[in-house]
Design a binder for this molecule. Structure first.
Ligand SMILES: Nc1ncnc2c1ncn2[C@@H]1O[C@H](COP(=O)(O)OP(=O)(O)OP(=O)(O)O)[C@@H](O)[C@H]1O
Length: 258
């Protein structure tokens, strides 16, 4: 089966620092969210940036059977969209304009209803009222939502979201993950999301990768990847997975392992 993303023997890092030496993963499924888990500094952003061609890398990145590493940069940029933890500073555009620019950057130069499309995506995310606000005058959470609109409108095959919930309130965290899950399913794309909140990962993701020190420690169903053993070895905490009255799993941390 070739539908999905398979990372094979990936080497990446920075000029003076190797972060990943031969990372190989199972097939990350299409149509479902993959949560990328791991402690601070474990290599999550480095991996997403390598997938997005923003960090130097060697290896194979097979997306639906096609090796991204062999594609011209422009072709790869149309297929892969990376949303960083925060939008670049100093961009003096309205939110709506920024989404239109993102759409045009993805190659849709001649669509007559780009503005309508952009507005519809803002509306879907619940931020149509911010359409005429300048990006540099938005709150952190509002900027994250506009960044997500910019990412979705580019219609990637591989969507990479780096902590898209970090500035969002409880309501928006659920709202955004529901939308990302739905769009991932409808578009049948591969979506990898860095999530620090393990309970959100358990609730919304259907697959998970757990990294530590640039290495893959566990992969599979989130409920299998997150266990007392992995919480201890990867995060150094004494934790349990409990099931609430609705049968949903959640992690309870009893303390830090001395
Ligand atoms: N530009 C850089 N130059 C050199 N080293 C870097 C650079 N960016 C990150 N690193 C190092 O790479 C390692 C992995 O960092 P990365 O940002 O990928 O971790 P992360 O898992 O995303 O962490 P966090 O959860 O804190 O965002 C860390 O040791 C970090 O210090």
């Amino acid at each position: 089966m070739t539908d999905g993303l398979r990372i094979h023997d990936l080497h990446t890092g920075y000029r003076k620092k190797k972060i990943m030496s031969g990372l190989t993963t199972p097939l990350l499924p299409r149509g479902q969210i993959t949560a990328l888990l791991g402690p601070n500094g474990s290599g999550k952003s480095t991996l997403l940036r390598a997938l997005a061609d923003l960090n130097p890398a060697q290896g194979e990145l097979l997306l639906n059977g096609e090796d991204l590493m062999t594609l011209p940069s422009a072709t790869r940029a149309q297929k892969v969209v990376y949303l960083p933890q925060s939008l670049p500073q100093g961009v003096h555009l309205h939110a709506l304009e920024s989404v239109i620019v993102a759409r045009r950057a993805s190659g849709s130069l001649h669509s007559h209803n780009v503005e309508q499309e952009a507005y519809a995506i803002l509306d879907k995310l619940g931020v149509a009222h911010l359409a005429m606000s300048f990006l540099d005058q938005l709150s952190g959470g509002q900027k994250q939502l506009i960044g997500l609109a910019q990412s979705l409108i580019r219609e990637p095959d591989l969507l990479l979201l780096d902590e898209p919930l970090s500035a969002l309130d409880l309501n928006y965290q659920f709202h955004v993950m529901d939308i990302v899950a739905r769009e991932t399913r409808l578009r049948n794309i591969v979506t990898v999301v860095v999530i620090h909140d393990i309970n959100i990962a358990l609730r919304h993701a259907r697959y998970a990768l757990m990294l530590k020190g640039g290495e893959l420690i566990a992969s599979g169903l989130p409920g299998e990847v997150v266990s007392p053993a992995s919480l201890a070895t990867v995060y150094g905490v004494d934790g349990r997975v409990e099931y609430c009255s609705r049968g949903l799993p959640h992690v309870v941390v009893d303390g830090v392992i001395p």
